[in-house]
Design a protein around this ligand. Structure first.
Ligand code: ATP
Length: 191
């Protein structure tokens, strides 16, 4: 079984994340894609997420709810201390010993990969897949040896923009699934 691992802050999850997930799933022929909302991010200690871990977890669950190929994992949200990808992958590979794991990384994120905790072990546990926002989903030539490159369509949406729109009292219709929009409204998030 081919399992993709898609980590992010998801504060909130948006259509860019969902389209990237679909493109990556098709390009890498993934049987399953596991979304893992980050807990305490080692490189973002100064700028923690705005929404709580439980709210971000719930929003990701709502965003992927109707797709049986998607799973949401609460491992990082519920783990104490900082979230290190290597720990998450150790846990996943223990749980799915026969699976091949693919770690999806935005190209921006890939640049800092060697500064992560135990990059060598991460590469043993998973194949790295850099996601380039350049066009429809396909696996293209590697830019870094040993790293797959998946291209995804360009969707000019970020969680930062969504939070700013909410703060400014603007609509976020179409930026997030309706279920997520309702949740943000009901919980009064990002005001
Ligand atoms: P923020 O604006 O708060 O930094 P974000 O929108 O970049 O958030 P993250 O949760 O940090 O969202 O992103 C998780 C992953 O999703 C990252 O690997 C990032 O590259 C990818 N991603 C974010 N936005 C998009 C988008 N519009 N299209 C494709 N991939 C995206």
């Amino acid at each position: 079984m081919r399992i993709g691992v898609f980590g992010g802050t998801f504060d909130p999850p948006h259509v860019g994340h969902l389209l990237m997930a679909t493109d990556a799933r098709e390009a890498l022929k993934l049987d399953r894609l596991i979304f893992i909302p980050a807990g305490a991010h080692p490189f973002k200690v100064e700028t923690p997420p705005v929404a709580s871990g439980q709210d971000r977890l719930e929003m990701v669950r709502l965003a992927v709810a109707d797709d049986a190929n998607y799973v949401v994992d609460d491992a990082e949200i519920n783990r104490k201390g900082l979230s290190f990808t290597v720990d998450t992958l150790e846990q996943l590979s223990g749980r799915h010993p026969a699976a091949e794991l693919f770690l999806l990384l935005g190209e921006d994120v890939l640049a800092g990969f060697e500064q992560w905790r135990n990059p060598a072990r991460i590469r043993e546990l998973a194949t790295l897949a850099a996601v380039r926002r350049a066009g429809a989903g396909s696996v293209v030539e590697p830019i870094v040896p040993g790293v797959l490159t998946v291209s995804t369509r360009r969707v000019d949406v970020s969680s930062t923009e969504i939070r700013e729109r909410r703060r400014a009292g603007k609509s976020i219709k179409g930026f997030v699934p309706e279920s997520v929009e309702r949740f943000i409204d009901v919980r009064g998030l990002y005001r």
